[in-house]
Write a protein that binds this ligand. Structure first.
Ligand SMILES: [Zn+2]
Length: 158
């Protein structure tokens, strides 16, 4: 490693204001607007392979075709995989310590072929299983972010 690279360091901003913004894009904005205003999920269907991406995106990578058909997706689905996070860390979204433990899962909503990662309302691993049904619970005050979903509630526990 040369001398110049040895001097490079990474600076964390912590609670400092971030001096940048980025666009969620045309379909990302539609997705977040539906969450905020209607507590609904939307996906987008590929006209060639039929795959429904949720959140929606502009292009189906395998087919390399532009996507335009927005479709409704259920607020209920199943757990693909999960974990319970017990190790404290600074949440990059807030700059503050994230309270632990919390459940975290890959969730495939009914009507979608892709999954999203989000929180669960359960922290006991013995009560969570792959395939368990879940339903989105929304915040009362919503801002147009993935955190408008408070968590996914387990609809079944052993
Ligand atoms: Zn496709």
């Amino acid at each position: 490693m040369n001398e110049e690279k040895k001097q490079l360091i990474t600076v964390e901003s912590g609670e400092a204001e971030q001096p940048f913004r980025w666009s969620a894009g045309i379909y990302g904005s539609k997705f977040l607007t539906e969450l905020r205003d209607n507590k609904r999920f939307v996906g987008i269907r590929c006209p060639r392979c039929g795959k429904v991406y949720m959140p929606p995106r502009r292009v189906c990578g395998p087919c390399f075709v532009e996507l335009t058909e927005l479709v409704p997706v259920s607020d209920e689905g199943g757990i693909i995989t999960y974990t319970v996070v017990s190790f404290g860390f600074v949440d990059p979204a807030t700059g503050k310590q994230k309270p632990v433990p919390y459940g975290y899962a890959a969730i495939k909503l009914d009507g979608a072929d892709t999954y999203l990662l989000h929180f669960l309302d359960e922290t006991d691993p013995a009560k969570i299983r792959v395939g368990a049904r879940v339903k989105a619970v929304f915040e009362e005050e919503r801002t147009g972010s993935m955190l408008d979903i408070r968590y996914f509630q387990l609809l079944e526990r052993p």
